[in-house]
Design a binder for this molecule. Sequence first.
Ligand SMILES: [Zn+2]
Length: 430
Amino acid sequence: MSFSNKQENSQDLTEGNKRGKNKKQFLIISFVGLMIFSLFIFKNQLRASFDKAEKSEEALAETISQEPKIPEIRQELIAIETGDTFSLLLQEKSDLEPGTISAIYESAFDVYDLAQIKAGKKIELIYGYADNELKELVYKINNEEELVVSQTEDQGYKAILRPIPYETTIVTKRGKISSSLYQAALDQAIDERAVIALADAFQWTIDFAMDPREDDTFAFIYEERYLEGEYVMPGEVKAAKYVNQGTPYYVFYFSENEDNTGFFDEKGNSVQKMFLKAPVAFKYISSTFTTGLRYVEKFNVSTGHRAIDYAAPLGTPIRAVGDGTVTLAGWNGSYGNMVSVRHNGTYSTNYGHMSKLAVKRGEKVKQGDIIGYVGSTGFSTGPHLHYEMVKNGVKINPLTEILPPGEALKGESLERFKAEISSWQAELDQ
Ligand SMILES: [Zn+2]
């Protein structure tokens, strides 16, 4: 990269770039001094000095381009679920102010009505890393076209429709757990976002904080997306297998029809269940949870600890494991700040020691909604989540509770599913 390009690109001067500029000025002054000196003393070697000067200019540009880069953007993906509306969804799940949300909605209206967003799709938000302002919202309308709402120079928003120009390739990655899924994936140079997508596909099946053991293995097949030959991001997870303590679990991405698309197990049962396996999402704990290395107190009837403790950093978001109504959100003695969610006539869940609550009593919550943040309030010696599941009034172990399987594919759909997954499964089992 030439130096003039570099200057054009650095609109927001980072500290590093400022230092680079000062350094450059200093070097230029030194260089000019050197030239005068050269002229005076070594007049006959002038030509050679020029060559040398050019080289040092090149070296300088090289040095500057090697300085560490501060990330320019931060990306957030918000999943749309049945019943979600654009404004409420963003108010709940993003950092955006209501004013910004309505500005986006209005700017997009002539191009695409965001009231039409569909469950099962995602809204991608791209924030400036430094100012935390929304730079771009991308909503994939279908596989060919996406809505792009971008921030304008006067802090407004403008919207366009554009074709998605990805080139995709399908890759298979495999690994073996020694300390954690996250570490195993990084060891295989797998994109962190792909690992999170893998864990998300198993979020109803495996608790990645509690279940993984040394020598567990995984294999997964997913898309890699490229734009103009450059790797951009992982695409959909097509299929995955995780062998946990000798038991294989599979997920296959399949679209029965527009309304029924998602992950199914090898028998064609939807993997989506009434409860998520864990109240903390893998993406927040990925790098901190390792097999057996962190203290987590388990469900233990003999000690009277009828709960699971998730050690997690202060402020880690806590999610409702299932749909329900908040029946308690406040201080509750030794539990400290606590949230209770009633899921139906049979089940409820409790979440204790929170640093901060994110819901109020009486509020309806959906599976995966953030209800509070990890803390150490009440009778607690360090930041952790105390998580209880109650069934018909009795505290039970959520990790061993067997829930009804998800809805099964039938008839022609099941036949099509089996035909579609057979090669994937063979690849995973290799
Ligand atoms: Zn506990």
